[in-house]
Write a protein that binds this ligand. Structure first.
Ligand code: FES
Length: 110
């Protein structure tokens, strides 16, 4: 299935088995050279760009608290569902990706 968004064609990509990621945990995948973080927040899955917008740190290794993730390098805070930066030093939002669970897998629209 494909979708049109702002003139760029997107497609669903099968990312991980849904039962492989515990609640309130995160992991990351590589897709076509992009690093994408996947979060399980209370059983609902979210996907964002996997690298902090401040410097090179993997957000999947950050501290998850509710709907936020704290970057492991300089402790910048992001709202996971929207990618919004919440506290310095991060000022640039994270790209976010739509997710769905299909046949026991988490798919990401990229
Ligand atoms: S690398 Fe994430 S806050 Fe600096």
């Amino acid at each position: 299935m494909t979708a049109q968004t702002r003139g760029v064609e997107k497609a669903w990509v099968r990312a991980i088995a849904a039962d492989s990621l515990p609640v309130d945990d995160a992991t990351r995948i590589e897709h076509e050279g992009r690093c994408i973080a996947i979060f399980n927040l209370g059983g609902k899955f979210y996907a964002t760009s996997g690298i902090c917008t401040h410097a090179h740190a993997f957000l999947s290794e950050g501290y998850i608290d509710g709907q936020t993730v704290e970057c492991p390098l300089h402790q910048g805070l992001f709202h996971i569902p929207t990618g919004t930066p919440l506290s310095p030093p991060v000022t640039e939002r994270l790209e976010t990706f739509e997710t769905r669970v299909s046949d026991g897998y988490v798919d990401i629209l990229v």
